[in-house]
Design a binder for this molecule. Structure first.
Ligand code: TLP
Length: 348
């Protein structure tokens, strides 16, 4: 099987396996795991921030941040297709009593005036707006990277109105690679940043929450409340250190292969996709419903099933959207096999 469902499906590299086996460990709830400490120091230094916290998942990192930046009965502004709103199980409501205020965009990029318009006035009969969540790259918008200037402009508006800004930077290194800048630059104006080691960087588990020292001290408390206080977790942090030091430099390869696949997909009349929009490792495309005969299952699910029969795994979003994601286990041969399978299925 060629697995294009996500970059989360990657297996640890041989260097990670070795580092995991040899990791020096201790009880991290006591702050005694030297490997976790090294990873947290490296993450903070990479993002040019004071401190970082190792968390088991991106969702936990995001939700700790939401918890700290909001209070029950407050609102969170987020782009309508944002991960924190759509794929985190209603966690901001369940864990923090916060409400999302989704803002629809035409291209995945929020405008400062849209954010300003979504902030409720500070009066006794309106829900207080406390937080702006950004996402870079934007997963459901085909891995769209957002440049530092826009992030800065959005953060400025939020800060002027007393909101905090959290960046869901699950794939911030993909964004930095595509925009030829640093992750630190892309996150500079944000009060907190979460990034994942377990996506394109191929670590088996783990994400980092980064911010100033006081924020991270509080985040450590909330991580324990959320059940994320881990013990000899240096075995996982060791893989994270390899991810951060060895895997960032190769992300451009994933982007080039995603573009190649997108160009081939776009050639088919049943597919609606502008390959120029694919700047990182995620391809989300729409199937034209008129190209599919009426059937009980929606086109996206039939496409996914047809591809599975041809040994290619991809994901369906809604009735018409399909997602394919490249990662380090997808080489040129896998891309060519996927292209052949798409052609074969869509022609059939
Ligand atoms: N994304 C997963 C699915 O949940 C959709 C994927 O396969 O892409 N932020 C962003 C932008 C993400 O894409 C994800 C995971 C997360 C946060 C959550 O990370 P985890 O899965 O570690 O909780």
């Amino acid at each position: 099987m060629i697995d294009l469902r996500s970059d989360t499906v990657t297996h640890p590299t041989p260097a990670m396996r070795r580092a995991m086996a040899e990791a020096e460990v201790g009880d991290d709830v006591y702050g005694e795991d030297p490997t976790v400490r090294r990873l947290e120091e490296l993450a903070a230094a990479t993002l040019e921030r004071q401190a970082a916290l190792f968390v088991p998942t991106g969702t936990m990192g995001n939700q700790i941040a939401v918890h700290l930046h909001t209070h029950p009965g407050s609102e969170v502004i987020i782009e309508a297709r944002g991960h924190i709103f759509n794929f985190e199980m209603g966690a901001m409501a369940a864990l923090s009593g916060a409400l999302p205020r989704p803002v629809t965009t035409e291209n995945g990029l929020l405008e400062p005036d849209q954010v300003e318009a979504a902030i409720n006035p500070k009066v006794n009969y309106r829900t207080p707006t406390k937080l702006l969540c950004l996402e870079n790259t934007h997963n459901l918008w085909s891995g769209l990277p957002m440049d530092a200037a826009r992030t800065r402009a959005l953060a400025r508006v939020a800060h002027q109105h007393g909101l905090a800004v959290h960046l869901d930077g699950a794939r911030i290194f993909n964004a930095a690679t595509a925009l030829q800048t640093s992750a630190a630059e892309l996150a500079r104006e944000c009060d907190s940043v979460m990034f994942c080691l377990s996506k394109g960087l191929a670590a088996p588990v783990g994400s980092m929450l980064v911010g100033d020292a006081d924020f991270i001290a509080e985040a450590r408390r909330v991580r324990k409340i959320f059940g994320g206080g881990m013990r000899q977790v240096g075995v996982l942090a060791a893989a994270g250190l390899v991810a951060l030091t060895e895997m960032v430099g190769r992300l451009a390869e994933d982007h080039a292969r995603a573009r190649r696949l997108a160009e081939a997909l776009a050639e088919h009349p049943a597919v609606e996709l502008d390959p120029a929009r694919i700047q990182t490792n995620i391809i989300v495309f729409r199937l034209r419903p008129e190209a599919f005969a009426a059937a009980p299952l929606p086109p996206s699910q039939r496409f996914v099933a047809g591809m599975r029969e041809r040994r290619i795994l991809c994901g369906a979003f809604g009735a018409l959207e399909v997602r394919m994601v490249t990662h380090y286990e997808i080489g040129d041969a896998e891309i060519e096999a996927a292209i052949r399978a798409v052609r074969d299925y869509l022609t059939a």
